[in-house]
Design a protein around this ligand. Structure first.
Ligand code: EAX
Length: 340
């Protein structure tokens, strides 16, 4: 029926149609990325800690995983030591879309949303495993999702760790020993009230200013986990360490919603998967360093004091009464019972 000539024209038209579908993506597949499938996307991720802290090592691992999962199309640049600003600056930059990612403690998030306050209550978590169970479960994920209203996507909870008090004035064996000491804290109302309740003089300060303030003696002490006390060399300016473990600092890995929503689904999935795999890797590093570095701190002449934590737990009970209304007694009870 068809002449050879007409058949040839049909095949030609069919070829043109297939070519058009392939080029314009009308065939249904989405371009590999909003910036064009042949371009490399670079993510800048910032944090405030030292280049050898698990935050840095874990983020480098995250970058390797993302690059593998996207065949090299998405790369991650890690900026440590507050190179991109302090934690509040970076959270604001994510909201504006001027920075792609950040790894911060939950405490500074209190200035943006009240949802995370429950995690900043003193002694709310029994141990790291219990914290991971709550954070990685329904309660933690629900609170992480609340960040979307702030223009931020919380990918997973990494770990900063249990925080302990250091100072250069006197050994701290019991809460009363904190009386009158100027202690630097993160910018968080619960943290400030907790130390005020114990008689200290709390001073909010960005992490990047902390070492100099300790060195100059403008503050007497601070509180942070063992890996930070070692990697930020606080042992050079702080000779008393009391293992109070008064706060657990979770560290959500955050991405700008504006940036993330512009990525192709396959890149979004790669970033989500990598954030979980690297989270577990980073948590293991924190656990290793908490054990390894305590001995090193003693070798540097730090007086390490094992305190009776029940004295501190009793002293901070008024903080729960004060914040029960704002946080919600039912949420506090849920976090406690979820650890049983
Ligand atoms: O998130 O500020 C602090 O003491 C935190 O431990 C630090 O920002 C890491």
């Amino acid at each position: 029926m068809f002449s050879k000539r007409k058949k040839g024209i049909s095949w030609l038209l069919l070829g043109v149609l297939v070519l058009m579908l392939g080029v314009t993506g009308c065939g249904g597949e989405k371009p590999a990325a909003s910036t064009g499938s042949d371009q490399t996307i670079t993510i800048k991720v910032g944090h405030v800690l030292a280049p050898d802290h698990p935050y840095t090592i874990g983020l480098k691992k995250f970058g390797e995983l993302v690059e593998q999962k996207t065949q090299g199309k998405v790369k991650v640049e890690v900026f440590h030591s507050s190179q991109l600003g302090n934690e509040r600056d970076m959270i604001e930059a994510l909201q504006l879309g001027t920075q792609q990612m950040a790894l911060v403690s939950t405490a500074p998030l209190a200035s943006f949303t009240k949802e995370f306050l429950v995690f900043d209550l003193p002694f709310i978590f029994n141990d790291s495993q219990s914290a991971h169970k709550v954070l990685d479960g329904e309660i933690g994920q629900g609170i992480l999702n609340s960040l979307e209203s702030q223009g931020i996507i919380g990918l997973s909870y990494w770990e900063n760790g249990f925080r302990h008090v250091t100072n250069n004035t006197r050994p701290i064996n019991k809460p009363e020993d904190l009386k009158g000491l100027k202690i630097r804290l993160m910018e968080n109302p619960i943290h400030m009230d907790t130390f005020r309740t114990m008689g200290a003089d709390p001073t909010p300060m960005a992490f990047g200013e902390l070492f100099t303030a300790l060195q100059q003696g403008t503050i007497d002490g601070q509180e942070n986990p063992i890996p930070i006390i070692w990697t930020s060399k606080f042992y050079e300016v702080q000779k008393q360490l009391s293992l109070t473990g008064h706060f657990y600092a979770a560290a959500p890995l955050l991405v700008s919603k504006t940036f993330f929503d512009g990525l192709a689904p396959e890149y979004q999935n790669a970033i989500k998967e990598a954030s979980i795999e690297a989270r577990d890797y980073e948590r293991d590093l924190i656990a290793q360093q908490e054990t390894e570095f305590l001995g090193k701190l003693k070798d540097q002449g730090v007086n390490v004091i094992e305190v009776d934590k029940s004295l501190f737990k009793e002293a901070v009970k008024p903080v729960y009464s004060k914040y029960e209304g704002e946080i919600g007694k039912d949420l506090i009870d849920k976090v406690i019972s979820a650890q049983q």
